[in-house]
Ligand binder design. Structure first.
Ligand code: UD1
Ligand code: UDP
Length: 378
C-alpha cells in the first residue's frame, strides 16, 4: 500500500505567542509521524513575539499571512484573518484544520474551515469563565470554536465537563492535558542542555541581587481603560518596599506600553523590559518568588513550577490552579493586589500553602495524545 495516499493532510494554524508556545509540541509530534502531511500557517497576528517562539521551536511556516498591524482592531483583524486563512485552506485542501485556544486567529481559522466543511481539531477546548466580557473577546471565540470542532482536546476533566454541559457529543471530547506542560518540559530540557539559551537575564539578576523577585505580566484587553492603571498603581506601591524587585516584560500592545511606561518608568526596583523569549521567560519563572499576572498561560506554568501566582482578573477559565491552592484571583483593585502580595512576602505559612509544585494541567504527553486522536479519527 502506498503510505502517501493514506496520509492525512493537517493544516495547523496559529498567530500569537501563547498559541505558538502551546502548538509547537503538536507541530513537532505530527511532523515526526509519517501518517501526516503537515502544513503550518501562521497568521502573524503577533509578529515579534510569535517569531521568538518559531525560532526556539525550530519551526518554519509554510504560509505566513503577516497580518499584524499596530494597535489593530478586532473587526479589522478578524476580517483579514477570515479571508487570508480561507485562501490558504483552498490551496492546501486539508483533511483537518488544527487551532488552539481562543484568539482571533483560532476563531477565524475554525470558521473558515467550517465554511469549507473541513474538520476542526480544537486544542485546549472547553475553557469557560461563563462571562462573555471576562476574558474579552476570548470567551465567545472559544464558544464559536466549540460549536464547530469535530475533535475537542480538553486539557482537564473540568474543561471536558464544560463541553458536555453544552451538549457537545461525548465521543468527540477527549481529556489530553494541556500542551503548555509539554512546551514547558521541552524548553526546560533545552535550557539544561544549553544554559546559554536562558543566560540573558544576568545583568538584571546582578542588579537585583539580595532582593525578592516578583515576575509580572499584563495584557488583557478587558483591563484597558482603568484596569491597567490600577495594576500599575499596585506595582508602584509594592515597589516602595526596598526588599523586592519587580521584573515586568511589557507586552508590545501600545495600550499596555503607554500606561506602564507612564506610571512605572524610572522606578529603581521595577524593570520594564522587552518581551522575553520562551527560555528566558522560563528563567524568570524560576527566579521569581511570586508571579503577578493576568495571563492565561502563566496561570498554568507557575503552578507547575511551584510558584504562587496571583491572577489579576475577576474570573478565571482555569479554576484548577485556584482549587489546588497555587493560584489566587485578586482582581485589579490596587489595595487588594498589594495586600495579597505583602501577605505572601511576610507570612511564611501563607507562602508555603501556595508554593507547592502542582500540575493539574497536564503531564507533558498532551501533544502525543492529540496526534493519536487525529490519526484514529481517520
Ligand atoms: C492577543 C489575543 C489574546 C491573547 C494575547 C496573547 C485576540 C483577540 N487576542 O491579544 O487572546 O491572550 O494575544 O498575548 O486574539 N504587538 C506588537 N508585537 C507583537 C504582538 C503584538 O507590536 O509581537 C502589538 C501590535 O500593536 C498589535 C497589538 O499588540 O496591534 C495587539 O495585538 P493583538 O494580537 O490584536 O492582541 P493582543 O492584545 O496581543
Ligand atoms: N511568555 C514569554 N515571554 C514573556 C511573557 C510570557 O515567553 O515575556 C510566555 C509565557 O511563558 C506563556 C505565554 O507567553 O507561555 C503567555 O502568553 P500571554 O500572556 O501573552 O497570553 P495568554 O496566555 O494570556 O493568552
Amino acid at each position: 500500500m502506498n503510505s502517501r495516499s493514506t496520509r492525512q493532510t493537517v493544516l495547523i494554524i496559529f498567530g500569537t505567542r501563547p498559541e505558538a508556545i502551546k502548538m509547537f509540541p503538536v507541530v513537532h509530534a505530527l511532523r515526526a509521524d509519517p501518517r501526516f502531511a503537515v502544513k503550518v500557517c501562521i497568521s502573524a497576528q503577533h509578529r515579534g513575539m510569535l517569531d521568538q517562539v518559531m525560532e526556539i521551536a525550530g519551526i518554519a511556516a509554510d504560509f505566513d499571512l503577516d497580518l499584524m498591524r499596530p494597535d489593530q482592531t478586532l473587526d479589522g483583524l478578524t476580517a483579514a484573518l477570515l479571508t487570508g486563512l480561507g485562501q490558504v485552506m483552498d490551496a492546501v485542501s486539508p483533511d483537518w484544520v488544527v487551532v488552539q485556544g481562543d484568539t482571533a486567529t483560532a476563531m477565524a481559522g475554525a470558521l473558515a474551515a467550517y465554511y469549507r466543511k473541513i474538520r476542526v481539531a480544537h486544542v485546549e477546548a472547553g475553557l469557560r469563565s461563563h462571562n462573555i466580557y471576562h476574558p474579552w473577546p476570548e470567551e465567545v471565540n472559544r464558544k464559536i470554536i466549540g460549536a464547530i470542532a469535530a475533535l475537542h482536546c480538553a486539557p482537564t476533566e473540568t474543561s471536558a465537563a464544560a463541553l458536555r454541559a453544552e451538549n457537545v457529543a461525548g465521543e468527540a471530547i477527549h481529556v489530553t492535558g494541556n500542551t503548555v506542560i509539554d512546551a514547558l518540559q521541552w524548553v526546560t530540557a533545552r535550557i539544561a542542555a544549553e544554559p546559554a539559551l536562558a543566560a540573558g537575564l544576568g545583568a538584571l539578576e546582578a542588579r537585583f541581587a539580595g532582593r525578592r523577585i516578583i515576575g509580572v505580566t499584563s495584557h488583557r484587553r478587558e483591563n484597558f481603560g482603568g484596569g491597567l492603571e490600577a495594576i500599575a498603581r499596585a506595582i508602584r506601591t509594592i515597589a516602595e518596599r526596598p526588599d523586592v524587585a519587580l521584573i515586568f516584560p511589557v507586552h508590545p500592545n501600545p495600550n499596555v506600553r503607554r500606561v506602564m511606561e507612564a506610571e512605572l518608568a524610572g522606578l529603581d526596583n521595577v524593570a520594564l523590559i522587552e518581551p522575553l523569549d520562551y527560555p528566558h521567560f522560563a528563567r524568570l519563572l524560576a527566579m521569581s518568588e511570586i508571579m503577578l499576572t493576568d495571563s492565561g498561560g502563566v496561570q498554568e506554568e507557575a503552578p507547575a513550577l511551584g510558584k504562587p501566582v496571583l491572577v489579576m482578573r475577576e474570573t478565571t477559565e482555569r479554576p484548577e490552579g485556584v482549587v489546588a491552592g497555587t493560584a489566587r484571583l485578586v482582581g485589579t483593585d490596587p489595595a487588594r493586589i498589594v495586600t495579597e502580595i505583602f501577605t505572601l512576602l511576610d507570612d511564611k505559612d501563607a507562602y508555603a500553602a501556595m508554593a507547592r509544585a502542582h500540575n493539574p494541567f497536564g503531564d507533558g504527553q498532551a501533544a502525543q495524545r492529540i496526534m493519536e486522536l487525529i490519526a484514529n479519527a481517520g
